[in-house]
Design a protein around this ligand. Structure first.
Ligand code: FES
Length: 74
């Protein structure tokens, strides 16, 4: 993931999402398996509600994996 800005994504309650932690995915914010050549593992997130969320891409959010606006000071 090259951008530090959050990525708005529609999610469904109860569904599991694997979020990229290695930066190599070509479908951010989601893992596409590219981490297999690294020591990184994806972050598992289970949605607690259905709707739009902003997934954090700067990794400084105190509410990770959801954005809290921390990217504005990166
Ligand atoms: S592709 Fe980056 S963690 Fe899986």
């Amino acid at each position: 993931m090259s951008s530090k800005k959050p990525i708005a994504t529609g999610i469904k309650k109860g569904r599991e999402y694997l979020l990229c932690q290695c930066g190599l995915t070509d479908m951010p914010p989601f893992c596409n398996g590219a981490h297999r050549k690294t020591k990184h593992l994806p972050f598992r997130y289970v949605a607690i509600e259905t709707g739009m969320v902003n997934f954090c891409c700067c990794k400084r959010s105190k509410t990770y994996p959801l954005c809290d606006g921390a990217h504005k000071s990166v």
